[in-house]
Design a binder for this molecule. Structure first.
Ligand code: DGT
Ligand code: CA
Ligand code: CA
Ligand code: ZN
Length: 577
């Protein structure tokens, strides 16, 4: 569950922290950042707390003082925080755009503004291209080069939204509209239905015999910020979260064809249209036609069948071999969320998580899982409260204790250890041998040359205690590209050593990405799913990882968390070669 108001307020507080850094104000940046983090990972609705117990209730939240609580109240009442608006107005630079460039924080941006007058991405790009940035103290040619790379990346992500934030909105709208008495169906089609990792806009499709009423309802939903077009059967709006949504009402006899068409992807549709033409038929959003006669269109299944194809899951529709596979009856039987029996990456308050081991376990048990792995950070990673070897033993003892208390539910003693620059792990084999499951990942030295970075990870995989490489490429969607890796080599090395690769389900990671997953499956590798949760509400992100796995053509057998506990425990003892 994502709570929209919490997300909005935490975003405002994060930005206020940055503005205060720019203004050289002491303490406030830390205070606002801390509050923003707490709010971001809360699973209670701030508005609910406020309605129930007012400012007093808000002040009780860790990290929220009186002043902060008043700003939350102001936002709930007016939709605005005046101090934030004022800061934004006073700040001469486009902080939001500039901080989106990897490696640029408010402190660096301040230096860039004061020395070179950089206010926007355009200014930044110009200065980097003519070599002005390398001359600044503490910058240098390497940072300049990274800024140029970062700009390209930040712009590529512009105007797109994470699936993880769009999905709850799309579903809420879908549900509201489907619930209207004059609507018989409402479905979010487009990239939302294909579960793409980022979404351009939301495309809602409905069946109704009173389209004008649907348009009125849609355009006056409370989350609509602006109506950009309102027609008889089609409308488009901008939502207050910044994303566009459009809606179409179609007749029942065309619904399947419309759903197929507006689900896309575009390249998949173009191929289908070619097939229709070869068969002397015409395919469009109203149906398949031979001359003037509609031969299919009411359901998606009949549209595909009219083309001698089998219906296929939306996640496959990217014109990446699925049409051939469908014709030859070789479509994969995709893994499903209900096949997942446990979550294999999460953090507790023993390192940088918000909740206790017990709270995480109880939440997971409530979700219907049979087991989880607790995988707190270790050693070198001081900022994330990494555990040293002595503390790890206590942490394991605590896990064992809680494991005994919970009936019908198991907790694996796990760790997420750091892969050092030379490919060794930051915890000794002696301690790792006491764990049930060991994840390892790169959390430092992101910018090593390809060969060295690849070698570093391959070397780590040689360690017999290491089970899983977590978030293998390190990319952050809209944040930074992954480490420079030779993925073929990584896959070969994983195969040779029997190492599992993770599909990290955190909304801005989704790492491995779909194309990598597909290749890993082709190579016969085993994959694991982990949410990388740092709070219990984040366990729900599993759905995003499963969607990514499906986009990578994963079947149940490819994912180790589909095994039951005993099978998995035995597998973890024997998979390394
Ligand atoms: P997005 O919104 O950028 O995340 O991606 P989509 O796939 O939702 O794309 P969108 O919203 O532009 O269009 C929705 C669907 O409509 C798309 O998946 C396929 C269909 N579509 C759009 N443009 C074309 C086109 O030029 N040709 C065909 N055959 N289909 C199209
Ligand atoms: Ca779309
Ligand atoms: Ca669209
Ligand atoms: Zn990590």
């Amino acid at each position: 569950m994502e709570i929209m108001i919490n997300i909005k307020i935490s975003k405002i507080f994060f930005q206020m922290a940055e503005y205060y850094v720019m203004k050289d104000v002491a303490f406030k940046p830390q205070a606002y950042e801390r509050a923003a983090r707490v709010i971001e990972s809360m699973d209670e609705d701030l508005e609910g707390i406020y309605k129930e117990s007012g400012i007093k209730g808000l002040v009780e939240i860790e990290g929220i003082g009186q002043g902060m609580a008043e700003k939350i109240e102001e936002f709930i009442k007016t939709g605005k925080v005046r101090e934030y608006e004022k800061l934004k107005k006073e700040c001469p630079v486009d902080l939001e755009a500039l901080t989106a460039v990897e490696g640029l924080g408010p402190k660096k941006i301040k230096v860039l503004y004061e020395n070179l007058g950089i206010r926007s991405i355009k200014d930044l790009e110009r200065a980097a291209k003519i070599g002005k940035i390398r001359e600044l103290p503490h910058f240098g040619p390497k940072i300049e080069e990274n800024i140029l790379k970062g700009i390209g990346f930040a712009q590529a992500g512009q105007g797109r939204f994470l699936l993880g934030s769009v999905l709850p909105m799309a579903r809420r709208i879908e549900k509201k509209i489907a619930g209207l008495e004059f609507v018989s169906r409402a479905v979010a089609a487009g990239s939302v239905r294909r579960f793409k990792e980022t979404i351009g806009d939301i495309d809602i499709l409905t069946i109704s015999d009173q389209p004008e009423k649907v348009m009125d309802f849609f355009c006056s939903m409370p989350e609509v910020e602006k109506v950009t077009a309102k027609g008889e059967t089609k409308s488009a709006v901008r939502l207050d979260s910044g994303i566009n949504a459009d809606i179409r009402v179609v007749p029942e006899e065309s619904f399947g064809a419309a759903l197929q068409y507006f689900t896309g992807g575009k390249d998949h549709n173009i191929e289908l249209r070619k097939i229709a033409q070869e068969k002397k038929m015409k395919l469009n959003e109203y149906g398949i036609f031979r001359g003037k006669k509609q031969v299919a269109g009411k359901t998606e299944e009949e549209v595909y069948e009219a083309l001698n194809l089998r219906w296929m899951e939306p996640e496959l529709r990217e014109n990446a071999g699925e049409i051939e596979a469908s014709r030859e009856k070789k479509l994969p039987k995709l893994v499903d969320l209900k096949n997942i029996l446990g979550d294999l990456q999460m953090h507790s308050d023993w390192s940088d998580g918000e909740h206790t081991i017990k709270e995480m376990a109880e939440e997971a048990a409530e979700m219907g899982y049979k087991y989880i792995a607790l995988t707190d950070h270790t050693g070198d990673l001081q900022i994330a409260g990494g555990l040293d070897e002595k503390t790890i033993l206590k942490y394991f003892a605590e896990i064992e204790k809680i494991d005994k208390e919970l009936k019908g539910f198991r907790i694996l003693k796990g760790l997420e250890v750091n892969i050092r620059k030379n490919g060794t792990l930051d915890i000794s084999d002696e301690v790792l041998a006491k764990a049930d499951i060991v994840l390892a990942s790169v959390h430092s030295n992101f910018k090593m040359p390809r060969e060295e970075q690849t070698e570093r990870i391959c070397r780590a995989m040689q360690n017999p205690c290491l089970d899983i490489i977590a978030h293998p490429t390190g990319r952050i969607i809209g944040g930074r590209p992954g480490y420079d890796l030779d993925m073929e080599k990584i896959f070969d090395c994983a195969k040779k050593t029997g190492t599992i690769l993770e599909i990290n389900s955190y909304p801005n990671r989704l790492d491995l990405r779909d194309a990598h997953i597909r290749r890993a499956v082709e190579k016969g590798l085993k994959l694991s799913l982990g949410t990388d949760s740092h709070a219990r509400n984040q366990l729900r992100h599993m759905e995003l990882g499963v969607a990514q796995a499906r986009r990578g053509w994963c079947e149940k057998k490819d994912i180790i968390n589909t095994m039951d506990y005993d099978e998995l425990a035995a597998f973890l003892k024997s998979h390394k070669k």
